[in-house]
Design a protein around this ligand. Structure first.
Ligand code: ADP
Length: 319
């Protein structure tokens, strides 16, 4: 065998060895790919499938659906965020149902009264006189106010009418509302006083909305304070805020009422509120939404029923 033949032999041995090595490598690679694929499908695909199934169930209206994914990798974070989103959706859905229930209940009362009076008129049981017509008109008026209040609340809560927040003169704002409501206090014989700290800075607010909140609080104080009572509007600086407080000597509030007073449709005593021409129970809910939209807070304090109450809201000082 010549040297050329030896080389040929080496070459073909090398070739066969290389082929074997490549074949083993390929098998090992396929095995590795299959194993990794299996692991990935276990750890990624199956949690993703769980989340997908849960999404579908929520879309079908099952808002109590949650997913369980262990570990603390991105997938389990996704699952926990998904669960948080589902919780929020569930809350919104509960609120939506309650709102529809509340609104229909509130609408039913004046509607039943109007229908009853109309039937009484048609049957000749009720006299067709000014008093009957005035009663019907009053109930229609209640309906009108309720619908307007709800519309306003929905606009504020959805941010449909954006606020124009800019520096507002605190004393001008306070005095405008004070002067506007004074005549009503005079005619109900309630002493209205003003305690305005001198030299207060401007506040960051939407002026019309701030006027609206203050008017609402002074209006409530007027309504829930008997004649010969006292109401004081005081405006003071508190750190980076200005506090507007309306203190009345009126009917006061129990601890339970103080906690719920800002809830939609909450009225302490529905019959009393109706008799005294009370509103829809949405006024303070709107006030709170407005104050919060202006980065302030609103709260109430009362030593108890019959002992008056103080409603306070804060607005940030302008820099
Ligand atoms: P309304 O339009 O019925 O006055 P609000 O949201 O303004 O609704 O007030 C809710 C309820 O809070 C009222 O029905 C009343 O029972 C109670 N309330 C509000 N202001 C006062 C106050 N100054 N003193 C006592 N109770 C009050």
């Amino acid at each position: 065998m010549g040297p050329g033949g030896m080389m040929g032999q080496y070459y073909s041995d090398f070739h066969a060895g290389l082929n074997d090595a490549l074949a083993y490598a390929m098998l090992a690679a396929i095995a590795a790919a299959l194993t990794i694929g299996f692991i990935i499908s276990r750890s990624v695909v199956s949690p993703l499938r769980k989340i997908m199934d849960a999404t579908q169930r929520i879309a079908d209206g099952h808002y109590d659906e949650r997913v369980q994914v262990g570990g603390d990798d991105e997938l389990s974070q996704l699952a926990s965020r998904f669960n948080r989103m589902a919780e929020k959706l569930e809350q919104v859905e509960t609120m939506r149902k309650r709102l529809i229930g509340d609104v229909s209940h509130e609408l039913r009362t004046p509607l039943t009264a109007i229908k009853g009076s109309m039937e009484g008129l048609m049957d000749g049981i009720l006299p067709a006189n000014a008093e009957t017509y005035s009663d019907i008109h009053q109930e229609a008026d209640r309906l009108d106010r309720l619908v307007n209040d709800l519309q306003e609340l929905s606009r504020v809560e959805s941010g449909a009418s954006p606020l124009e927040i800019r520096p507002v003169e605190t004393s001008t704002l306070t005095q405008t509302v004070f002067k506007r409501l004074s005549p009503q206090y005079v005619s109900k014989e309630i002493a209205l006083s003003l305690d305005l700290e001198p030299g207060l800075p401007q506040v960051m607010a939407d002026e019309d909305r701030a006027v609206q909140i203050l008017t609402n609080l002074l209006g409530n104080a007027l309504q829930y304070t008997p004649s010969n009572g006292k109401v004081e509007l005081s405006v003071h600086s508190h750190g980076s805020e200005v506090w507007f407080a309306v203190q009345d000597s009126g009917i006061g509030l129990s601890v339970e009422d103080q906690q719920r007073i800002f809830d939609r449709f909450y009225r302490v005593d529905k019959s009393r509120s109706r008799r005294t021409g009370g509103g829809s129970g949405v006024g303070l809910t709107i006030a709170r939404a407005l104050v919060e939209a202006m980065n302030g807070r609103i709260w109430v304090e009362s030593p108890g029923e019959g002992k008056g109450s103080t409603f306070t809201f804060s607005l940030p000082k302008a820099k």
